[in-house]
Design a protein around this ligand. Structure first.
Ligand code: ATP
Ligand code: MG
Length: 835
């Protein structure tokens, strides 16, 4: 066979995957080129499809083969081409083996020496690395990136990992370390003159890196069983047993005991005049939780006694929210169910001489109760009218013969009592409004003071749990039950929950709406429960937050950051990871010709999250914050002439040129992939950054229409405090409470996740209910995100996700152009130290 000429050498070497430049250089190398060409001919003779990995193994063999092994070149090459030797490590062991003699005669020994056929799965690597990091967590947290090299060599010494791919072990270690301690920062700047290995001082205000979680599942403190301590400790653990509360007659007690059969019965009694808020989450946990803890029942009872303020949409939202938080009402009841019964009881009260119709105006009542000067109370002229007269007048009220405000029914209590709740409270007032359940049947409606205790009584509530502003009402509550001779529940009060930097009052929330500060009551900056849900906050995080605070009587205002920590805790163990770029710069790789496919885990620390494929081509995006035109020593990411690692990529990249636009802005970075194919040593990157591939044929990147980043709605932690915000909460709006990013790009893994979610039988229902907020991701280094409901209202997204072909990611990708993809930031990855 004639010696191949220069051109055919170059062409052969290019087929092995070398770049033009590298192929030419190798062809000129008289020592290397004949050996490499021989391996190439072998491949061709055996008609092996040369992909890049064969090429680089053959190149490695040709360039490192020793004189003793030279005679076995074709044997080793064939071992590569038949897939027995798949890593550089194995090739170098094969070369070493030839020192001992002919590998063909002791073939079995050769195979075991080189680890042929031993497959170490990615899952094994992930779990080994994870185990190691768990055992060495303290050292990692204190010494950070300085221990990476040491850790890698120790992990590689694990006999089970002897034949694991070195690149995979290294990439896995790096990814897990990043996950645990975050990217490199000022703590990782080597301390000058202090010798190697000295700790850099920890900057103040930094949050402590979290130790490796032992379990990938939801942390156990968020499981339902975990809230037992909320009821097994403190005053609430000392409440009476069902049936132990005294009644005014044995008959009443007996009927009650017969009804409850020893079980606890509680209720959650919202007024359907607005969305529930974070404070209600406490009330829900207290009421449903107490019943659950005692194996009893809890009713959802709508306190729908004021038709003027109530709306059906709120009724629906309340039930949905209760269910979302994970509670199931034993019965769904309405105060209006009892309007007839309540009317009867009011007649009974009048007949007993304990109620009267009064025609005083609001002002007159105020004056007769002592007025602004809080002077002595005086009875009004109506208080002593006869029972007959009150019965007659009350029926006239019921029959619509009075206008609203002309007459009220008042309870005849005790004006001498020190408790204002005993000063002849109003029992019924006239409201001409249609009721969502009783229509126009009534024009008189019972007040909270009249209805609440009697509804509790009718339902045989054993523990009427409410907030401390009702402490004074306890007396009137008991008074009325006894006055009408019915069962009397026990009222017990706990402190309201408030959080900083927000307002919860329905009236004030409506003001925000009227002033166009928000566009809906589920605006994710609010702390209504529908808003938190829309933002993507997991229900278990809210429950966990509320339960951790416990049930005390003190009214508490809690830092929102405490809720945020619970959200992070939950999402850290449940949200798959994706790479996303908020402000992309294009990167062109000059030495990548063929696209390759990379397998990227959805969570580098937990294989149960699965993985997805992403293309690696000659174009990709990085974030503008990961590049600096002017480099500095303490800067570890990309800059002209500098090398940085790309997570999961086949090698780091070095920036060789920067293309600027006319406005002086960076348009594109020209970089080189450092994969060692040119035979030059691969520079060591100081840190790793995320990236998103550009490959239109793979539908990559996915462009997000909107990424909504939320911050506190108010500038002050207590916007309702006039001494801090004299012009009122409307003047305290944080102009940066909502930032909308329109340029973000993300890897196609989001479609894998959406399609997986849509196809999960368990979540199919969610899709029908448009429960998209359950789709949550961690964007590496950026935060946790959830799909906003706007995605659904403006698109056929759900349709694209459902149906027989729904598992096709391509389908989603192709329909995505017609769909608006909006994501909300649920919470940042770390607490903002400036907050
Ligand atoms: P708001 O005025 O904030 O809307 P509310 O008391 O009028 O509250 P309701 O619908 O009457 O709202 O509340 C239903 C239940 O939830 C009541 O038992 C109430 O005590 C309780 N609740 C309301 N706000 C809070 C809070 N911030 N913390 C704890 N429980 C609360
Ligand atoms: Mg109320």
């Amino acid at each position: 066979m004639a010696d191949p000429n220069f051109d055919s050498l170059v062409s052969a070497f290019k087929k092995l995957g070398l770049t033009d430049e590298k192929a030419a250089e190798t062809a000129k190398n008289n020592k290397l080129s004949p050996i490499l060409y021989e391996t190439y001919r072998l491949a061709e003779e055996n008609s092996v499809d040369l992909n890049k990995s064969f090429g680089s193994l053959l190149y490695n063999l040709a360039s490192t083969i020793t004189p003793e092994a030279r005679e076995y070149l074709s044997f080793i090459s064939k071992e590569i081409l038949n897939g027995n030797l798949t890593s550089n490590d194995q090739v170098s062991e094969a070369i070493k083996y030839c020192k001992k003699g002919n590998p063909q005669t002791t073939y079995d020994d050769f195979k075991s020496h080189c680890g042929v056929g031993i497959v170490i799965s990615d899952a094994q690597i992930v779990s080994k690395v994870s185990e190691f990091l768990k055992a060495n967590n303290e050292k990692l947290v204190s010494d950070r990136y300085r221990v990476l090299g040491l850790f890698l060599s120790k992990i590689r010494q694990d006999p089970e990992l002897r034949w694991a791919k070195a690149e995979t072990v290294k990439a896995t270690l790096e990814a897990q370390v990043l996950e645990i301690i975050g990217p490199k920062d000022e703590r990782d700047v080597p301390v000058k003159g202090k010798g190697k290995g000295k700790k850099a001082p920890k900057p103040t205000g930094q949050t402590e890196a979290k130790p490796a979680a032992t379990k990938p599942k939801v942390p156990s403190k968020y499981t339902p069983a975990s809230f037992a301590s909320m009821f097994s400790e403190g005053d609430i653990s000392k409440l009476h047993k069902p049936g132990e509360n005294p009644q005014i007659s044995d008959k009443i007690l007996k009927e009650h005991l017969d009804f409850i059969k020893g079980s606890v019965i509680t209720r959650f009694p919202p007024e359907p005049n607005g969305f529930l808020h974070i404070g209600h989450a406490k009330a829900i946990n207290v009421n449903f939780g107490y019943a659950e803890y005692h194996k009893g029942k809890c009713n959802l009872r709508y306190d729908d006694t004021n038709p003027e303020t109530e709306e059906v949409k709120y009724l629906e939202s309340i039930l949905e929210t209760v269910k979302w938080l994970g509670f199931k009402p034993d019965q769904i009841l309405y105060a209006s169910d009892y309007f007839d019964k309540l009317y009867e009881l009011s007649l009974h009260l009048i007949e007993k001489g304990l109620a009267y119709v009064c025609h005083c105006t609001g002002e007159q009542i105020h004056e007769s109760r002592g007025g602004d000067s809080m002077g002595p109370r005086v009875a009004c002229e109506h208080r002593d009218r006869s029972v007959e007269s009150s019965l007659l007048e009350f029926k006239k009220m019921r029959d619509g013969r009075y206008k609203s405000g002309e007459a009220i029914l008042r309870m005849k209590m005790d004006l001498e009592d020190g408790n204002p709740q005993m000063w002849d409270l109003v029992a019924y007032r006239i409201i001409f409004a249609s009721h969502h359940r009783t229509g126009n049947k009534w024009c008189i409606y019972p007040t909270y003071d009249f209805a609440h205790c009697l509804c509790d009584s009718i339902e045989n509530i054993t523990h009427s749990l409410c907030t401390t502003e009702f402490i004074q009402s306890r007396k009137s509550y008991y008074w009325l039950c006894d006055a009408v001779d019915v069962y009397k529940p026990v009222q017990w009060e706990y402190g309201r929950l408030n959080v900083t930097n927000t307002i919860l009052s329905k009236r004030k929330l409506l003001k925000l709406l009227e002033n166009n500060i928000i566009s809906s009551l589920d605006d994710p900056r609010l702390y209504t429960l529908p808003a938190l849900r829309r933002r993507g906050v997991p229900a278990i995080a809210i429950n966990g937050f509320v339960r951790e605070l416990g049930v005390t009587t003190s009214q508490t205002t809690i830092e929102v950051s405490r809720l945020e920590n619970h959200i992070r805790d939950c999402l850290n163990s449940t949200a798959p990871r994706l790479m996303a770029i908020l402000d992309p710069i294009k990167v062109k790789l000059t030495n990548v010709s063929k696209p390759i496919e990379l397998e990227v885990p959805f969570n580098p620390r937990d294989v149960s999250f699965g993985s997805h494929k992403i293309p690696f081509t000659n174009t990709l995006f990085i974030d503008s914050s990961d590049f600096r035109a002017v480099d500095s020593k303490d800067y570890y990411r990309l800059a002209p002439g500098k090398t940085v690692g790309l997570l999961y990529a086949p090698g780091p990249i070095t920036c060789t040129d920067v293309v600027y636009g006319e406005d002086g802005k960076v348009i594109e970075l020209i970089c080189k992939l450092e994969d060692g194919a040119d035979g030059l040593p691969i520079p060591k990157p100081k840190t790793y950054i995320q990236w998103v591939p550009y490959s239109p044929e793979h539908g990559s990147p996915v462009v997000l229409d909107e990424l909504r980043l939320y911050n506190n709605l108010f500038k002050h932690s207590n916007p309702y405090d006039k001494s801090v915000v004299p012009d009122g909460y409307l003047s305290d709006i944080n102009p940066e409470s909502l930032q909308v990013v329109k340029s973000a790009v993300i890897e196609t893994g989001i479609y894998d996740l959406i399609s997986r979610f849509a196809n999960d039988q368990k979540t199919k229902q969610h899709f029908d209910d448009k429960n998209f907020e359950e789709l949550r991701f961690q964007f590496l280094r950026t935060g946790y995100f959830a799909v906003d409901k706007d995605t659904l209202f403006s698109s056929s997204f759900v349709e694209a996700c459902k149906g027989p072909q729904s598992n096709s990611v391509e389908k989603l990708a192709s329909t995505s152009k017609n769909n608006v993809l909006v994501l909300n930031r649920v919470v940042t990855l770390k607490e903002d130290p400036n907050k």
